[in-house]
Design a protein around this ligand. Structure first.
Ligand SMILES: Nc1nc2c(ncn2[C@@H]2O[C@H](COP(=O)(O)O[C@H]3[C@@H](O)[C@H](n4cnc5c(=O)[nH]c(N)nc54)O[C@@H]3COP(=O)(O)O)[C@@H](O)[C@H]2O)c(=O)[nH]1
Length: 544
């Protein structure tokens, strides 16, 4: 069995399974590990963005509050008194740097820092105008004291507030985020403009937020995208209710560099788990290719091949019938019965096999025999079929064979000597009454005595081939053939000698009183077409 398993195991199948599974597991482990690293990176960015969003929101809330209070105060005309009042208001806010009053053409008339301006200072067109009526000038450079600073201006009605971009920048720089965008909803909905970019971010082509529509949502939401071309993972979120968006961009190369140890560990882990899984899959695939795992499949009708070995009448040379011998097809290979019969019995597949063989053989014969010129002989034609002893049950066999029994063919049930038992006698008696022929197979190798053979009353005794093989040497074994001939006469059975391999054996057996011979001298077990050709040739030879 071991050598057959080895033969049946097709190396490349199992190797391919091992390689595929190994690579698959290695890939899966690497992917899961990489996803874990990305998820960790994302988690960190989310925490940073949540904190920054909170701060930005405070600025916006401050702006809203300040505008409401200014609008309620109705201090829309520039005067020292108004400016004093505005300065008092400014002190109450953390992020506001300046408060001013503008005219209808957005010209600055006075500010808390600059006082009453001798000439109105015109502002350019706003960077954006929001739905709620805010006009924004982002990154606006103004002279402040000795130098200039970059600020953000926001105006509503006649009031203008200045948010210190420097303060903002400080805030951002320490937050770890990369850029802030603002949605100019109202003027051009869905179009966002960058507000701030960390100095370390050098970008020629900034990325607008993915979901601008979420800028005014009351919930902070996070989303991410990977730009494989640029090798960047971008994480974004909105600042709830403000129209602001926050972005973090992580270079994949940097990510790899920062986590190089983890990645090395991951490669090692992928290699080990892939190797282990591949090895196990290879073993399993090898195991699945072995006969014990495939025997049930091999015994299915589509894998069964029936061969027909002629049984010759030794005195006349006429083809008296045939024995059906099965083989199992396994892809391009053929498996012989001796290799699988023990396994078939162990797996209780005997009936499945006997059923499939007899159905196929009788159908093939029913199709082929009438087309053949020997059909006139069919009346005499005996088809011997092997059944496992436990399947020789009258009801079971007749239910199976009666509907498919070909016209004019005698069915010959072969019973091995090993399978003989008391309860078999009754089954065999019933089969004989129903016109079935009975042969005792491998006669001489079992433990039957004259009494049991008498009880069975078979039509044929098949002399086991081991007696025939030894005939040339006149061995002790072959010297028993006359005893077998005597037993056959005593039980009124005819004899078929198995394993006839040459003419000398055939002639001697005939001379000893053996009626029939079967063996390679006449023909090997043949497929139906070749068997029919043999039959035609033998019949025409006889009639010529
Ligand atoms: N229940 C079933 N058992 C079956 C079925 N088909 C076969 N068998 C049993 O398997 C045994 C082995 O069969 P196989 O390998 O086919 O061998 C047969 C012949 O090929 C072989 N033979 C015939 N002539 C010669 C010869 O001249 N020399 C030589 N060395 N071998 C020869 O002998 C076997 C004949 O078998 P049998 O007459 O039945 O003893 C076989 O013994 C069956 O029991 C099946 O469908 N069902």
């Amino acid at each position: 069995m071991a050598s057959l398993d080895k033969k049946l195991y097709r190396g490349w199948h199992a190797r391919a399974a091992g390689i595929v599974v190994g690579l698959g597991v290695a890939l899966l482990v690497s992917m899961l590990g990489t996803l874990g690293i990305l998820a960790n990176e994302r988690r960190q960015a989310v925490a940073v963005q949540a904190l920054t969003a909170d701060r930005l929101k405070q600025v916006v809330v401050e702006l809203n509050q300040a505008f409401s209070r200014l609008e309620q105060s109705r201090l829309e005309r520039c005067s020292e008194e108004t400016l004093t009042h505005l300065r008092g208001l400014l002190l109450q806010y953390r992020y506001l740097r300046d408060v001013g009053i503008v005219d209808a053409r957005d010209r600055i008339l006075c500010t808390t820092s600059g006082g009453l301006l001798s000439e109105p200072t015109p502002l350019p067109t706003p960077t954006n105008v929001t739905r709620t009526g805010f006009r924004n000038w982002l990154n606006y450079s103004v002279g402040f004291g000795e130098g200039r600073v970059v600020v953000s201006l926001t105006a509503r009605g006649n009031f203008m507030l200045m948010v210190d971009s420097h303060a903002n920048t400080e805030l951002m720089q320490h937050s770890g985020i990369d850029s802030i965008w603002m949605d100019s909803e109202g003027v051009s909905p869905g179009k966002a403009s960058p507000v701030w970019r960390a100095p370390r971010v050098q970008e020629t082509e900034p990325w607008a937020p993915l979901h601008s529509e979420l800028g005014f949502s009351s919930q902070q939401q996070f989303w991410s995208r990977i730009d494989w071309r640029r090798g960047v993972l971008a994480l974004e979120s909105n600042v709830p209710g403000t129209g602001y968006f926050i972005q973090n961009k992580i270079s994949l190369r940097e990510l790899f560099r920062n986590n190089s140890r983890i990645f090395s560990g991951l490669v090692l882990l992928a290699f080990l788990t892939g190797g282990l899984a591949g090895g196990l899959a290879h073993q399993r695939a090898r195991l699945l290719r072995t006969l014990p795992y495939r025997i049930a499949d091999l015994c299915r009708p589509e894998n069964i091949i029936c061969m027909y070995q002629p049984i010759m009448e030794l005195t006349t040379g006429r083809v008296a019938g045939c024995e059906v011998l099965m083989r199992l097809r396994d892809g391009g290979e053929v498996i012989y019965p001796d290799k699988v019969i023990p396994l078939i019995l162990e797996r209780s597949l005997g009936w499945q096999l006997d059923q499939a063989v007899s159905l196929r053989a009788l159908r093939e014969l029913a199709d082929a025999l009438p087309k053949n010129p020997v059909s006139t002989d069919a009346r005499l034609f005996k088809v011997a079929i092997n059944f496992f002893p436990e399947n020789i049950r009258f009801e079971k066999l007749t239910a199976l064979l009666t509907p498919i029994r070909p016209e004019g063919v005698s069915l010959n049930v072969e019973v091995t000597e090993y399978g003989m038992s008391d309860d078999l006698f009754e089954e065999v008696r019933c089969l004989r009454e129903a016109d079935y022929l009975i042969s005792v197979d491998d006669f001489g190798t079992g433990y039957s005595n004259l009494g049991t053979v008498k009880c069975l009353s078979p039509d044929f005794l098949k002399i086991d081939k081991s007696f025939v093989f030894d005939m040339e040497d006149d061995s002790l074994r072959s010297s028993l053939i006359p005893e077998i001939v005597a037993i056959a006469r005593a039980v009124n059975a005819e004899l078929i000698a198995e394993g006839v391999e040459n003419e000398q054996q055939a002639n001697r057996l005939r001379d000893m009183g053996v009626q029939y011979g079967q063996g390679y001298f006449f023909a090997r077990p043949l497929p139906i077409e070749e068997f029919m050709e043999f039959l035609a040739k033998a019949t025409s030879g006889k009639s010529a």
